[in-house]
Design a protein around this ligand. Structure first.
Ligand code: PBG
Length: 325
């Protein structure tokens, strides 16, 4: 194609021409909204580093779920902030824990809203790590049983999809076996398959008070320098029967999203994490960025890179914009 015969600007000449040649479009269908559930009652407190996002007590969730559903968002993902934490994260697999009660409340109010649950004990442990800890080491195999138990309590409460986010080896297989042997073959698994040890989780850890009390998560989450390893991680989780695979975070890892999409014929999710949200909101707050514009551009980029679905704190705002178009 040679200038002047080829002129790319012809296909950008008007809004209608641009609509006709547009390759990718966002839809509320692909959005998943994260919800933080806390103990107590009548609580709806804003997370200071994530404006517009709240910690809700269970009794406040029905209205929120109805609003999310009315915006055309098909699913939520739940995170719990328990009243008490201990070494073993016992509240994570308490059948009457905050998330378990939240699932029942949401399913009661909005039976069709898909409920996804984060399966990981870090929000429930005093040390803040995603696995059992012994002599300063995060143990792999003993943690698998706890993840299985946690997933079962979520399934019993009515969760549609469980999402293990801990990065222990073998967890997808362990959770699948646990669900199947407890007669929950229809509960799906969304695997946080390529989850990186990222600085962009900062605001989330403030929201859940889940910052590790010693060390960091580099012995189980992935090194940001690696991409071939992401392929191995995703392949392994598919072998262990993950139904949906995820790349997390999203924006700094668009290359990984694209590679995973090209390599595997699997539903692919990407997590537009807390730090990716907060930095746009903070810059917009200073008048440096147009929030609606950079929000939609970010989400579109994640979708263009290959994500079929996006977990994002922008889900409600983006759905509002998409519904108005
Ligand atoms: C682990 C978990 C984390 C996030 C989702 N699941 C935190 C972590 O690994 O430290 C982060 C999500 C975000 O930053 O928005 N339970």
């Amino acid at each position: 194609m040679q200038f002047p015969a080829y002129r790319g600007r012809r296909m950008r000449a008007s809004a209608n021409i641009r609509r006709m040649v547009r390759e990718n479009r966002l839809s509320p269908d692909m959005l998943i909204y994260p919800l933080f559930v806390t103990y107590g009652s009548d609580v709806k407190e804003e997370i200071s580093s994530m404006p517009g996002n709240y910690r809700f007590s269970v009794d406040k969730l029905a209205d929120e779920a109805r609003e999310i559903e009315s915006l055309g968002i098909p699913a939520v993902v739940l995170f719990g902030i328990p009243e008490t934490k201990d070494e073993k994260g016992s509240e994570a697999y308490n059948p009457d824990g905050v998330v378990q009660r939240a699932i029942r409340e949401i399913k009661n109010a909005t039976p069709n809203l898909v409920v996804i649950t984060d399966v990981c004990i870090d929000e429930y442990t005093t040390h803040g790590h995603c696995g059992l800890v012994k002599n300063g080491k995060v143990l792999n195999d003993p943690t698998l049983a706890l993840l299985g138990a946690m997933a079962i309590t979520h399934a019993q409460a009515g969760a549609d999809i469980v999402a293990p986010s801990d990065m222990m080896d073998g967890r997808i297989g362990a959770v699948r076996v646990a669900l199947d042997s407890s007669k929950f073959p229809d509960v799906s698994i969304m695997s946080y398959a390529a989850k990186y040890a990222s600085g962009f989780y900062g605001p989330f850890r403030e929201a859940c008070d889940s910052t590790p009390q010693f060390g960091d998560r580099s012995s189980y989450q992935m090194d940001p320098a690696n991409s071939e390893e992401a392929i191995r991680e995703v392949a392994q989780d598919i072998t262990e029967n993950a139904d949906i695979v995820m790349v997390k975070p999203a924006l700094p890892y668009l290359d990984i999203i694209r590679t995973v999409k090209d390599k595997f014929n699997m539903p692919l999710a990407a997590y537009n994490v807390s730090g990716e949200f907060s930095m746009l909101v903070a810059a917009a707050d200073r008048g440096w960025l147009d929030l609606d514009r950079v929000m939609m551009e970010s989400l579109l980029s994640i979708h263009r890179a290959g994500a079929d679905m996006i977990l994002t704190y922008f889900a409600k705002d983006a759905a509002r914009i998409l519904n108005d178009q």
